[in-house]
Unconditional design. Sequence first.
Length: 94
Amino acid sequence: MNERITSVTAYTTLDLVDGAAVGYDWTEEGSGVLNVTASDGDSDRVELQFELDGLDIDRLPNHADRVDLTPEQARTVAAALTRYADRVEEGEDD
């Protein structure tokens, strides 16, 4: 990734994922970084970070997106991810 905003280290959750930027009448696909973290110390939030490679995306400036989740929200997302991963592995439809 060129001019990365999200730090990628040995501790990054997923340092190469497929993703897309989607607009009203366009979609640009590319590779990216997905990371889950929490600040050291007094943080009460879990951060979900995502950044598409700027070399793959022409319509947007280099940027990263972040969602701040409470521990309860993070567990809800984790449960949904597990549920849908199980469905995909089993080959079921929504």
